[in-house]
Design a protein around this ligand. Structure first.
Ligand code: ADP
Length: 357
């Protein structure tokens, strides 16, 4: 392989997405690539590295390499401000160049890898497993408790049998719902990067789901107010996933907005910049108690609930809005939640129309 022309080296290093810094024998910065300046804007050529990177482990590693105790040293540094960041670093000694002054010639190269995002994802995964196990363990513990009671103290009590079996069936259903939701969530997360391709009449879907949910709404004395265009509203979508979005949002409106006794469900074309509609706007507005502002940004997180016991009482898993958000993302749409305490909540979904680029 031909050697790399040294004049190109800075350009090549600037093209790397990982920070690369060179220091001389006095630990003064002799080169910093673009990624390192983006990570630490205060880095300046000709000033000691420790002015900007006050990380004892890094400085020790450089001393180790410069003192020729090792040709390479690795470690991690954690920064707390302005935001918490985690970097993995590697320090490698450079062989002295023949024509450079021994004091100022680059003596070590420092290569960093930003692990902040990977660490965040890892901790989300750990939280998720902990939450999912906790959610399953509660009904499971209750099931086991009732089985023991039926085998022991309530063995000959037929009244207790029927009461406990009802509760056990409900706990079993709860576990099944949770597993269904977890599977849906993982399926949609896996396919999120692949945009659906089918043509779906969103308006027809809404009519269908309203017919399905009408008995649930009537049972809770909630009346639907529908505003739908007469003509089809074709979106690029996955039929079953869009059904899921509608079902979750309308069911939530019925469950959590029950006291408002009505639910406005609307669909319209949206014409943002030109006469040509390019997306549709679906909304569900309930007149229930509303959601305090501080909860709004977190509602679509997995297992996030404003009131966990209210959610569980109504059979909620805390995953519905997380599923909705991922499906809407996969459809290249937007989900917007608005709510005012005391007046109710509106969930808006914007979806691109079929046949529009
Ligand atoms: P759940 O299974 O608990 O219903 P979701 O992900 O569908 O889970 O909703 C998360 C939380 O958001 C709910 O537990 C509830 O606290 C709140 N929420 C959702 N929709 C509404 C609504 N229309 N009005 C008030 N709160 C709502």
């Amino acid at each position: 392989m031909d050697g790399l022309p040294s004049a190109l080296l800075p350009e090549v290093l600037d093209a790397l997405s990982d920070p690369v810094i060179m220091v001389d024998g006095r630990k003064v910065v002799s080169f910093a690539n673009a990624a390192s300046l983006a990570a630490w804007p205060a880095l300046t050529r000709g000033t000691p590295l420790s002015f900007t990177l006050r990380a004892p482990d890094l400085i020790d590693a450089i001393d180790h390499v410069l003192g020729a105790k090792a040709n390479m040293s690795r470690g991690t540094i954690t920064e707390r401000s302005p935001v918490e960041r985690l970097f993995e670093f590697q320090v490698v000694g450079l062989s002295p160049s023949a024509n450079a002054s021994p004091r100022t010639a680059p003596a070590a190269v420092l290569v960093f890898r930003d692990l902040t995002e990977a660490r965040r994802l890892e901790s989300m995964r750990v939280d998720f497993v902990a939450n999912a196990s906790h959610e399953l363990r509660t009904p499971l513990a209750s099931l086991l408790g009732f089985i023991e009671t039926l085998q022991g103290p309530a063995r000959n009590d037929p009244l207790a049998h029927s009461r406990f079996l009802d509760i056990m069936r409900e706990q079993g259903r709860r576990m099944a719902r949770l597993i269904d939701d977890l599977l849906s969530l993982s399926r949609v997360e896996m396919s999120e990067h692949r945009r659906p391709v089918d043509k779906v009449d969103f308006s027809a879907l809404i009519r269908q789901i309203i017919d399905t949910l009408r008995p649930v709404a009537e049972e809770r004395q909630v009346a639907f107010h529908l505003t739908l265009p007469d003509q089809p509203v074709n979106v690029i979508g996955d039929h079953d996933e869009l059904m899921r979005v509608l079902e979750n949002l309308i069911e939530n409106g019925i469950k959590y907005g029950q006291t408002g006794q009505k639910l406005d469900v609307a669909l319209q074309f949206r014409e943002p910049n030109s006469d040509q509609p390019c997306e549709c706007h679906f909304s569900v507005r309930d007149y229930g108690p509303g959601i305090p502002n501080e909860h709004l940004p977190r509602l679509t997180e997995r297992f996030y609930r404003v009131d966990a016991s209210a959610s569980r009482e109504t059979g909620g898993t805390g995953l519905g809005l997380a599923i909705v958000k991922h499906i809407v993302n996969r459809h290249r749409g937007r989900l917007i939640i608005e709510s005012e305490l005391g007046s109710g909540s509106t969930f808006h979904v914007y979806l691109p129309l079929y046949g529009i680029k």
